[in-house]
Design a protein around this ligand. Structure first.
Ligand code: SIN
Length: 588
């Protein structure tokens, strides 16, 4: 039976952002946390590198700020960079208090007590806190334990959020997908809306699919946060886990949220090249410890592209590998750390060592075959410095958000601290919302109406379209782009969007169908933002506009649903694209 679940705060997603927000917000009220698979199924759990935080006397906030701004290629919001860098040490203390134990210098033998600090591309100082090479897993485990023992937090695993609920959906059929609005209108009466009425785009909660029962429930809250992570699965090759299908980005876009910088997709230079190893990252920390990249003939080729070699920012290393693979017609390049000796390698990189050995690659004795893969979305749902989106009562944090920290290229290991800092900010903002009236009450929202949907008869349609999207995104919208390829991708995604929309309305919703619907929206946003930017900057490299043009394009790309006529429908509406300088880029 479909049910309505009401809480003070609704959190969607169970990585570092969602879990740490849940722990903090549980001080002010009751939290419902929904997550589409098991609680630990998150990108956080896969993070190897660590957290870039200033803790050493040889480092300073100014150095970390400058490194972040340099990587971001002119699009970082300096106020956000300062906030995240300076607040991160306090948030590190939260983690330690919750029970995370970072690797210390003493773990490697007698040494001065202190954190063992790693180095990664673009960092001018050693500042990466880590737990071996399984930092994310260690953090996720601790946070899950704390959440599970917290009586104010109720976790709903295998619950897939479909769409946000807003009063606008109930009142006005022209602000959302017409058929969806019709569904919601059946049985809803605007007169029963909560008084005083919240703005029509306020987020009241979400419709959520209980995956095991196949039922859609209504979740209502005073405030909602989307923490669903990134969208690496939009690409054929990715370092991301299967859950990274851009669900929160697509939901927020459909609900009318402002999105930004979707063209800036970070490709990690080194994922294990081994057909049976699904999505296994070879951490940048190896290059920080001296690993070198070689081509098939043994040449150390990256220095041909940038004098900084293997520790150049990621966009440069990924492009160098991509160019080298295309030039030589090879399938992979090689990362060699053998000169550091077996003891060091096994102690510092235990998980990577074990995992590679399982594929008969002994990284203490032979180079590792690697290729670049989609890794991190620098764009996403626009937020201000407190995590507020352009939709009242909706916050966004973690990879789903575009806070202004990363600009056009994320500095390695800046994202876990960003999630923690924003979780703290959002929790503080929610303190003020603990007594506000609900945007919608249970009586306002009709139960999910499946209409005439039936059980899907041809699941092959989903797998076919999914494969097609991911392949043309890789081939046409990947590391090096051209306008012609982007146009090809745009034509294809437009055709596929129509098919997906039809399928969506004709059949009962399933996780696969919801994920496909979401990756198609994110793919189209990436294509459209890429086409709109007529220059190359940071992670966006268009060979037809290969120069960086600060005079014309030192601006964030904004994209949101347009309400006017004449624009083409994108998944859930027409699209408006604009540009704004980073200093002015806050939700309106
Ligand atoms: C890595 O370990 O290379 C990933 C770190 C990151 O993406 O921040």
């Amino acid at each position: 039976m479909p049910q309505t679940h009401t809480s003070d705060f609704l959190i969607i997603g169970s990585g570092i952002a969602g879990l740490s927000l849940a722990l903090k917000a549980s001080q002010w009220g009751r939290v419902h946390l929904v997550t589409k698979r098991a609680i630990q199924d998150s990108a956080t759990d896969n993070a190897q590198g660590g957290l870039a935080i200033v803790t050493s006397d040889e480092d300073s906030f100014e150095h970390h700020i400058l490194d972040t701004l340099n990587a971001g290629a002119g699009l970082c919001h300096e106020d956000v960079v300062r906030r995240v860098v300076t607040q991160s040490p306090a948030r590190m203390q939260d983690l330690i208090q919750w029970g995370v134990r970072f690797t210390s210098t003493e773990d490697g033998g007698p040494a001065e007590p202190g954190f063992e600090l790693g180095l990664e591309g673009g960092h001018s100082r050693r500042r990466i806190l880590h737990v071996g090479d399984y930092t994310g897993h260690a953090i996720e485990q601790v946070l899950v334990e704390r959440v599970r023992e917290n009586p104010n937090i109720q976790v709903y695993e295998y619950h897939f959020a479909i769409d946000f609920l807003t009063p606008g959906h109930l009142k006005k059929s022209d602000v959302t997908e017409p058929r969806e609005a019709r569904k919601w209108l059946e049985g809803a009466s605007p007169e029963t809306m909560t008084e005083p009425p919240a703005p029509s785009n306020s987020v009241a909660g979400a419709y959520v699919l209980d995956v095991e029962k196949g039922e859609v429930h209504t979740f209502l809250a005073r405030a909602t946060a989307v923490c669903t992570g990134g969208a690496g699965k939009v690409y054929l090759y990715t370092s991301n886990p299967d859950i990274a299908t851009g669900d929160g980005m697509a939901m927020a876009f459909r609900a009318g949220a402002r999105m930004a910088n979707m063209e800036f997709v970070q490709f990690h230079p080194t994922c294990l090249y081994q057909p049976k190893a699904k999505n296994f990252l070879i951490s940048e920390a190896l290059r920080g410890e001296g690993a070198i990249l070689k081509n098939r003939t043994g040449e150390r080729f990256v220095k041909r592209f940038d004098a900084r070699g293997e520790l150049s920012p990621r966009d440069i290393v990924a492009r160098a590998i991509d160019a080298e693979l295309k030039r030589a017609g090879d399938e992979c390049v090689f990362l060699d750390i053998t000169h550091r000796g077996p003891d060091f390698i096994r102690r510092r990189f235990p998980r990577i060592y074990e995992r590679c050995l399982a594929f008969d690659i002994d990284i203490t004795a032979q180079p590792i075959p690697v290729v670049p893969a989609a890794h991190y979305f620098c764009g996403g749902v626009v937020t201000d410095i407190r995590g507020n989106t352009s939709l009242p009562r909706l916050s966004a944090l973690g990879e789903v958000a575009c806070t202004g920290l990363h600009g056009a290229n994320r500095l390695a290991s800046n994202s876990l601290p960003e999630a923690l800092v924003f979780a703290h900010e959002v929790a503080e903002a929610w303190k003020e919302l603990r007594d506000v009236p609900y945007v919608l009450s249970a009586n306002d929202v009709p139960p999910w109406n499946p209409g005439h949907a039936r059980n899907p008869d041809e699941l092959v349609v989903i797998s076919q379209v999914w494969e097609e999207v991911r392949r043309f995104m890789w081939n046409y919208v990947g590391i090096a782009r051209t306008t012609k390829r982007l146009e090809r991708a745009r034509r294809r995604i437009e055709l596929l969007q129509n098919e997906i929309q039809e399928y969506y309305w004709d059949f009962h919703v399933t996780p696969d169908l919801l994920e496909l619907r979401n990756i198609a929206v994110v793919a189209e946003l990436v294509i459209r933002c890429s086409l709109a930017r007529h220059e190359s900057r940071g992670l966006h490299y268009n060979m037809d506009h290969s120069e960086t043009n600060d005079a014309g394009w030192k601006k964030d790309t904004f994209v949101e649903k347009g309400l006017g006529n004449g624009n083409r429908e994108l998944g859930a509406g027409s699209v408006r694209i604009g540009f704004q300088s980073p200093s002015a880029a806050q939700p309106s």
